[in-house]
Design a protein around this ligand. Structure first.
Ligand code: COA
Length: 260
């Protein structure tokens, strides 16, 4: 696929996807959502890629939301379809990817932008980041999982405050709320994300995939998280990564995971 709205750097074992519509503050139009789905799918297929970092181009925005100009004239039916398709194609897809995805929140993360950051496995922000779900100010509600993931991450009362006021919080408030794990100067944002990616890359990709599945299962009402953990734990014992990890420990050497 020829990407028109993304820049992808996958030269090393840490891939960086940059959403690249800076004149629109990287707003998520339909084409960008499709490209993101495809990019995540292709990168996840590559065994060599251990971690994906997602960020926005420019110094001002991660993603300033879904592209309002695209849905302003939608009917009820079209609105419902927009949310259903987007959740499946991108937001749920990223959350359940077995390759870890870190959101490097480099500026505004609003509406669909914050929802996308929340679908990533964890978030690191720069000092200038501003986060919010301003949808009710537009007469709509968050439709890409925001009403579910925000309370999961920061608690119901804080999520209600953010959603109902439609206000923005700054990076330090986001840190206090646990919406982001760290806040750094913008010039250090990618370095810090790379540092985490490096640590993750040393671990078993197979076990990481199972861990993501087990953690996510606890937030899915139709799945028993503890049961999923037991099954995933058991599955690890049948993998080459487990043999290598335990053997390396006993041989007092660093593990070199085959990823199978
Ligand atoms: N959808 C479509 N276009 C968007 C957008 C969005 N969510 N967010 C920003 N843009 C566009 C603006 O329309 C503008 O385009 P233009 O230059 O062609 O007019 C460009 O990006 C720059 O934005 P601008 O509003 O001029 O920047 P600003 O610094 O004055 O304000 C924000 C920044 C983020 C506060 C403001 O852009 C904003 O409120 N955006 C919408 C946020 C939102 O409600 N998102 C949730 C959508 S559900």
């Amino acid at each position: 696929m020829q990407y028109e709205n993304l820049l992808i750097n996958s030269e090393t074992n840490v891939a960086v996807i940059t959403i690249n519509r800076p004149t629109k503050l990287n707003a998520l139009n339909k084409a960008t959502i499709e490209e993101l789905h495809y990019a995540f799918k292709e990168l996840a297929k590559e065994k060599r890629i251990k971690v994906i970092i997602l960020t926005g181009s420019g110094e001002k925005a991660f993603v300033a939301g879904a592209d309002i100009s695209e849905f302003a004239n939608f009917s009820e039916k079209e609105g419902g379809k927009l949310a259903a398709k987007g959740q499946k194609q991108l937001f749920d897809y990223v959350e359940n990817l077995s390759t870890p995805v870190i959101a490097a929140v480099n500026g505004f993360a609003l509406g669909g932008g914050l929802e996308l950051a929340m679908a990533c496995h964890f978030r690191v922000a720069s000092h200038n980041a501003r986060m919010g779900l301003p949808e009710v100010s537009l007469g709509v509600i968050p439709g890409y999982g925001g009403t579910q993931r925000l309370p999961q991450l920061i608690g119901r009362g804080r999520a209600m405050e953010m959603i109902l006021t439609a206000g923005m919080i700054d990076a330090s408030k986001a840190l206090e709320f646990g919406l982001v794990n760290y806040v750094v100067e913008q010039e250090h944002l990618m370095d810090l994300c790379m540092k985490f990616a490096g640590k993750i890359s040393n671990n078993s990709p197979v076990a990481i995939g199972y861990a993501i599945k087990a953690v996510n299962a606890g937030f899915n009402n139709s799945i028993n998280g503890f049961k999923t953990e037991i099954e995933a734990f058991g599955s690890c014992f049948g993998t080459s990564d487990f043999k290598e990890g335990t053997t390396a420990f006993m041989e007092k050497r660093k593990a070199n995971f085959p990823g199978a």
